[in-house]
Design a protein around this ligand. Structure first.
Ligand code: SF4
Length: 61
């Protein structure tokens, strides 16, 4: 499983990094994905972060 942040859409609210800090980190007011592959144990929080993103900037493959 991979997560991606659309940097053009992200508004830098920080919600994903709060919800799933193992996968997302804020850098210059944009969320970045910290890991090339989301570890299985963080899959749920990663999906939760994607669901909660107010602008749907997070996609999961
Ligand atoms: S929740 Fe969405 S808009 Fe907010 S920082 Fe994360 S990717 Fe950006």
């Amino acid at each position: 499983m991979k997560a991606n942040v659309n940097e053009d859409t992200c508004i830098g609210c920080g919600l994903c990094a709060d919800t799933c800090p193992e996968v997302f980190v804020m850098e210059n007011s944009i969320a970045k994905v910290k890991v090339p592959e989301v570890p299985p144990e963080y899959g749920d929080c990663c999906r939760e972060a994607a669901d909660e993103c107010p602008v749907e900037a997070i996609s999961i493959d």
